[in-house]
Design a protein around this ligand. Sequence first.
Ligand SMILES: [Zn+2]
Length: 450
Amino acid sequence: MPLLRNLEGNLGETRRVMEKFWILWEYLKLRWYRKARYHRPYMERIRNQRAKSWRKRLAKSPFYVSYQQAPLEEFPVVNKALFMENFDAINVAGITKEEAFRVALQAEESRDFSPTIGDITVGLSSGTSGNKGIFLANGYERAQWVATVLDRIIGWSWKHRKVAFFLRANSNLYESVKSRLLTFEFFDILQPLKGHAVRLARYQPDILVAQPSVLRDVVLEMKKQGITPSVSRVISVAEVLDPEDQNQFSDFFGVRVEQVYQCTEGFLAHTCEEGNLHFNEDWLMIERNYLDEKKDRFHPVITDYFRRTQPVIRYELNDIIHPGPPCACGLASQTIARIEGRADDVFRLSNTAGEVFTIYPDFLRRAVIGASDSITDYRVTQVSERRITYYLEVEGGSDLDLVQVQVEKALRRLFDRLALDFVDIVYTTEIARIPGAKRIRIHNAHRPTV
Ligand SMILES: [Zn+2]
């Protein structure tokens, strides 16, 4: 049926042209309003404008239609579980959770990276505890996302630039940005790293994008092979970037390592010229659910005025955020001093009297890395109510036994300070490395049944 094939080809071509046009349109709009980012009242005005068309679209969401005229504070706060439970009623496309899962899982198995239902892309988030989330975006939202990435991360340049992308799965999103000015090379992180280091040296990218655990392996492999890096920007994504790693990568690549805070729930924050992370508050409303009395840690509760197919409204993320001070770059948006990890990985250890103590990942991280300069990698895992395990990698030539003693002492000191009178600290020689999975250095594997 050559006629039908031709027609399909033409439709595909038309869609690609449309997507490029939308990207350009959205990009120009972001540029037009760029001054709003430096002036809070102006920024809020722009956000309110965006909220107006967002409200109109809620008419098609069975879950939100009755809230259409309500102030934002009256919308229910949802978490991942609630969001997934009400999946069918929240999205405006009438897609059921079963259908979306079936399409996404099929794509995952066949490693076809562009699962769609009609024009709607189905994305699967990598839930670590079996609670995978699913996200929907139409062609316009995809174009908008690309435009925001171009505006906030890649930046405009007339010079041709090459981007090396280390990913678990390629995506047709990057194909849509490909142009004479920007080319992408995809490095599959499920493939052995040895070949990647050589390919990277040959490709000579201007921008290198990868998650910290992959960056770490890339650095080690390049050092081993005596390859000198030649990139002008390094961007860390997907995992928590610890300050120690950030410094080490910056030293090796000779550039400041930038961060992008982005998850399936949206593109949340980017690094500014001063090196600080800023929330994209010109289209996101960020409410805070504080975790302690000092108000120095919170879960962001996000409302995204750009999302269309699947509204993200007062969605509470379980990431632990430390707010930062105003930034010298002049952007009016809230800064993030640090992303500490996920609430699921906060340790909850109990003493012999049965009292439960909360220990945030940062305390454990500082105890471990403060114990010795020769630690190159580590894991600390809570495995039961009163037992933790730890794993260490040290620099070649260092005495692992000695470092073990130092780390154990440091952890013991931390627990003593908290009056945790009995915690079993066990050294483990092995950790499970699942290719492509996110690395979590401080992990709570103990889920008490409440
Ligand atoms: Zn800044």
